[in-house]
Design a protein around this ligand. Structure first.
Ligand code: WTA
Length: 653
């Protein structure tokens, strides 16, 4: 791994003394209603991990019971060995024999204002039909289906249809460009692709199909493409390859029993950024993931039948997978889903929907909260937010000031806030203040969920003392853990299991205070967190270097008020190219084309040389200081050529 800080070097600069106990009224009704109850649960799980999860697993439907809870051949886990279940069954069929069958499973709002409501029965029917469509196109158990769609109900329907027949979905976030889609398709060996004629974003149509067309030209394994009508815009349909969703659905029978699947049947691949330029396909499987999604949904959100629960994440990210689709549906909840941007047609759009749909639980990201702060309180004050009872945050640490605003303005000082720490790899929430049990300290994700055993370790790989920083590891397996990197066991072992023996290395620095509260202190590798999205610096650098004008590039994160971090790049030019504004714009366009809008650098610094160590490693630490306009605080003794630093500073002036 490049650019790692050593665990002993991490200095904690944050001191947060505020502490908010769970509101008594909330605690009185909560599933886990006191610290003592939480501790009893956690101790029970820690004492008998397999017994604990084995008991919980009775809540899923089993076509065939499992004979063993956990088979652990480090680093490969098998949960609920010999058992057979089906995620789509647990999300849908399981509720059809109860009054929930007529309860909304999904309430969806399109950006233009159209609303669609699917009860559990209605969603079940659509999923069965679409599963038959997939079968009709030759999709079988084990085939990979790639999804590149806007936030429309059909995306959830397609995922559940895959799960129903044992196909593996690979959702690619709609902000990625053709190159990125094609790379993922090739890596996954996708056989079929599903997309839409477009999606709505700030009143404009996103041309998804055009991106897919360009991607499919470079995705040799994809044979068919199903296109869902959303915007009604004209798209090119390639005969023999492209098919309309609605036309296929008209013909499809509504009967499609869920296939009994072995517990470890792959459910989905989701690509995320790591410390190399190549995205890694994180693999999640059936039973363990499903159970973890359900239990975390119940513990963390204390979800109730009467809740209107809204997770604002795009389904293209893990948060959308687990907490828009699988968690809420397995728990029998009503999941609210919104297609568009929070500031369209006005900056109060979210709060207007909270008022109108009487949202009770809101789960969002710090970057969205910071944007709302910037837009001004008037957009919030206009609406009645009294339906809210619980707030959540995910994706990055929530700065104490944003936390306080969320608490005061959105929660009106009544709602607990669950700051949830987890990763694509962990499948579900790992640490968070259970809202009826654990007092919150703004900026801390507090304590681990039952069955989760975090440890902060030092240079010697031993647990460090309270208050000291180190690498965050997870000491025991959990049902939602990734089962590997798609097609790359060696990378899986190297990345997560080789540096600290016998523990999962998650890639974050953290410290644990005297009260057993965890504070996440940022990544240990070259992964940026831009508006809650994981980006690898190397991916951005590779994209830049693929442009003829660029000789060498270094990407770093720079603090940003709203996005948390923004991308700044330092670029040296090939001979014959001049550092002009036009070139700067061209390079931005190039990154947009290669990766997608989410990776476009805010700043491009042209320079004649990059600071390097004697062994030739780019010293990103120094570039980070320059990008942030800070003095260089750290050690520069390993710098090969000191004049480079002075030159870089001069170039900034
Ligand atoms: C960061 C998103 C601090 C962290 C679910 C992690 C957080 C990475 C928090 C995973 C939080 C996520 N506090 N940092 N509450 N939540 N992170 O895979 O660095 O997109 O490793 O999963 O985001 O990002 P990913």
């Amino acid at each position: 791994m490049r650019g790692m800080t050593k665990p002993g070097q991490i200095v904690n600069v944050m001191k947060e003394e505020r502490c908010f106990p769970p509101p008594a009224e909330f605690a009185a009704k909560a599933r886990v209603g006191s610290l003592a109850e939480y501790e009893a649960l956690w101790n029970e799980a820690n004492h008998d991990l397999e017994g604990f999860w084995g008991k919980a697993a009775h809540e899923l439907h089993w076509f065939k019971p499992y004979t063993k809870v956990l088979e652990w051949n480090e680093p490969f886990a098998q949960w609920f060995v010999d058992g057979q279940t089906n995620v789509s069954y647990n999300c849908l069929d399981a509720h059809l024999s109860s009054p929930r069958r007529n309860k909304p499973a999904l309430i969806w709002v399109g950006e233009p204002g159209d609303v669609r409501i699917y009860t559990y029965q209605m969603l079940h029917r659509e999923v069965c039909k679409f599963a038959n469509v997939l079968k009709g196109q030759g999709i079988e158990k084990g085939d990979v289906v790639a999804l590149y769609m806007p936030m429309v109900p059909e995306l959830a329907i397609a995922m559940l249809a895959c799960a129903r027949i044992g196909a593996i979905h690979s959702v690619v976030f709609g902000g990625f460009a053709a190159e990125a889609i094609a790379e993922r398709n090739r890596n996954a060996g996708a056989k079929l692709m599903i997309t839409a004629d477009g999606g709505w974003r700030r009143g404009r149509q996103i041309a998804l199909k055009a991106n897919v067309d360009a991607a499919l030209a470079k995705s040799p394994t994809v044979q068919k493409c199903i296109v869902c009508r959303r915007t009604g815009s004209q798209v090119a349909m390639q005969p023999g390859r492209d098919l309309w969703w609605d036309e296929l659905m008209e013909q499809a029978p509504a009967d499609c029993p869920a296939v009994p699947l072995d517990s470890e049947t792959p459910l989905f691949i989701l690509y995320t950024s790591g410390s190399t330029g190549k995205p890694k396909g994180i693999l999640h499987t059936t039973a363990g993931y499903n159970l973890f999604a359900k239990k975390t949904m119940e513990w963390v959100f204390d979800i109730r039948d009467e809740d209107a629960y809204w997770c604002t994440a795009d389904i293209g990210w893990i948060t959308g997978h687990t907490y828009v689709v699988y968690g809420p549906l397995t728990a029998g909840a009503t999941s609210f889903m919104y297609e568009g941007a929070p500031d369209w047609p006005h900056r109060g759009r979210w709060w207007e929907m909270v008022e109108k749909h009487r949202i009770t639980i809101l789960y969002t990201a710090p970057t969205a909260i910071r944007a709302c702060i910037q837009w001004g309180d008037q957009w919030v004050d206009k609406y009645d937010l009294s339906s809210l009872r619980l707030l959540g945050s995910v994706g990055e640490g929530i700065n104490p000031e944003a936390w306080m605003w969320y608490h005061r303005k959105i929660g009106r000082e009544r709602c607990p806030i669950v700051d949830t720490w987890w990763q694509t790899e962990t499948g579900g929430i790992m640490m968070t203040p259970l809202p009826g049990a654990i007092a919150t300290k703004p900026g801390s994700c507090t304590k681990p969920l039952p069955g989760i055993v975090p440890q902060v370790v030092g240079k010697d790989h031993q647990p460090v003392s309270a208050g000291a920083g180190g690498w965050l590891t997870i000491a025991r397996p959990w049902p939602g853990m990734l089962r590997g990197i798609w097609g790359d066991d060696a990378r899986y072992k190297l990345q997560y299991w080789s540096q600290v023996p016998h523990k999962y290395l998650c890639g974050d620095n953290a410290r644990c205070d005297e009260d057993g509260y965890y504070w996440i202190m940022g990544r240990i590798d070259d992964v940026l967190n831009v508006a809650g999205h994981r980006l690898s610096t190397i991916e951005i650098e590779s994209a830049l270097v693929s442009h003829p004008a660029v000789a060498e590039a270094a990407a770093v994160g720079r603090p940003h008020e709203v996005k948390g971090e923004s991308v700044a790049v330092f670029v040296t030019l090939s001979s014959g190219f001049e550092p002009t504004e036009a070139l700067r714009q061209e390079l931005k366009g190039h990154v947009r084309k290669e990766i997608g809008a989410l990776a476009v650098p805010d700043d491009i610094h042209f320079t004649v040389a990059l600071p390097k160590t004697r062994s030739g490693k780019i010293m990103r630490r120094l570039l980070r200081d320059i990008a942030a306009g800070r003095e260089t605080a750290g050690d520069t003794s390993t710098l090969e050529d000191h004049s480079v630093l002075a030159r870089l500073r001069a170039e900034e002036e």
